[in-house]
Design a protein around this ligand. Structure first.
Ligand code: HEM
Length: 199
C-alpha cells in the first residue's frame, strides 16, 4: 500500500485482463477467472514473489541419513555425519547481491520477464520461502494472488496519514516475517467494479 506505483501497475494489469472478459460471464453475471488466467498476470506474480523474497525468514532443516561429503560449487568439501542436522537459510539467498540487484529494495516488477544468475549459472528457483517440501505452496500463493487481485479491483485503498510499519526481524526463523505493528487504512468500494469469481 505504501508503494503507489506497484498498486497502480497491478490495478492496470487486472483491469486490462477484465476488459477482455466482459462478455465471458456465468449465469449470475460474474466474470470467471481460471487458475491459468490468474497465473498469467505477470505484475501480480512479481509482486507476490518480491514480497516473499523480502519477507521470507524461514530456516529449513534436514537430518543427515548417512555419512556424506558435501561439495560446494567452489570445490570446498564438508563432512556431514549421520544424525547431524543441517539448516538452510533462504533469506541469505533472497538477499544475495550477486543474484538480486539492490537486494534490500522492494521492487515490485523485479520478476517480470527476468532470469537470475550466480557465478554465470542460472538460479532456477530464486525464491525459497516455501522450501522444497511445502505441499501448500501452490494453494497459499493462489489464495494470496486472488485476494490481491480482488482487493485492487474492488476497492480503492490507502494508508492513513503517517501510518508506517516494517518487517519484524525478531521472527527470522519463523517462515514469513510479520509487521512490527498494525496500521490504519482507508478503503472505498470502486464504482466500476465487477463481480469476480475464481473457477
Ligand atoms: C504463506 C504460506 C506458507 C509458507 C510460507 C509455508 C512455508 C513452509 C516451509 C518453509 C516449509 C518447510 C519446507 C522444507 O523444509 O523444504 C513448509 C512445510 C510444510 N507446509 Fe507450508 N507454507 C505455507 C503454507 C502452507 C499451507 C497452506 C499448507 C497446507 C495446506 C502447508 C503445509 C505444509 C506441510 C504439511 C509441510 C511439511 C512438509 C514435510 O515436511 O514433508 N503449508 N511450509
Amino acid at each position: 500500500m505504501e508503494n503507489k506505483e506497484a498498486l497502480e501497475a497491478l490495478r492496470e494489469e487486472v483491469m486490462e485482463s477484465i476488459k477482455y472478459k466482459m462478455n465471458d460471464r456465468d449465469d449470475e453475471g460474474r466474470i470467471e477467472f481460471s487458475l491459468e488466467e490468474v497465473d498469467s498476470l505477470k505484475v501480480l506474480d512479481s509482486i507476490i514473489k518480491e514480497t516473499l523474497r523480502i519477507s521470507g525468514g524461514v530456516f529449513m532443516v534436514r537430518g543427515i541419513a548417512e555419512d556424506t561429503w558435501f561439495e560446494m560449487n567452489d570445490g570446498q568439501k564438508y563432512f556431514l555425519r549421520k544424525g547431524d542436522k543441517v539448516a538452510m537459510y533462504p533469506p541469505a539467498i533472497h538477499r544475495d547481491p550477486e543474484i538480486f540487484e539492490n537486494p534490500d529494495e522492494y521492487k515490485f516488477d523485479r520478476f517480470v520477464d527476468r532470469k537470475f544468475y550466480k557465478n554465470g549459472k542460472e538460479v532456477k528457483t530464486p525464491i525459497l520461502s516455501f522450501g522444497s517440501l511445502c505441499p501448500g505452496k501452490k494453494y497459499a500463493i493462489t489464495q494470496a494472488k486472488w485476494f490481491l487481485l480482488s482487493l485492487v479491483h474492488t476497492f480503492d485503498i490507502e494508508l492513513c496519514e503517517g501510518e508506517k510499519t516494517e518487517l519484524d526481524v525478531h521472527y527470522y526463523g519463523h517462515e514469513i516475517l510479520p509487521p512490527t505493528n498494525e496500521v490504519q487504512m482507508r478503503y472505498r468500494l470502486r464504482k466500476e467494479h465487477e463481480n469476480l469469481i475464481f473457477v
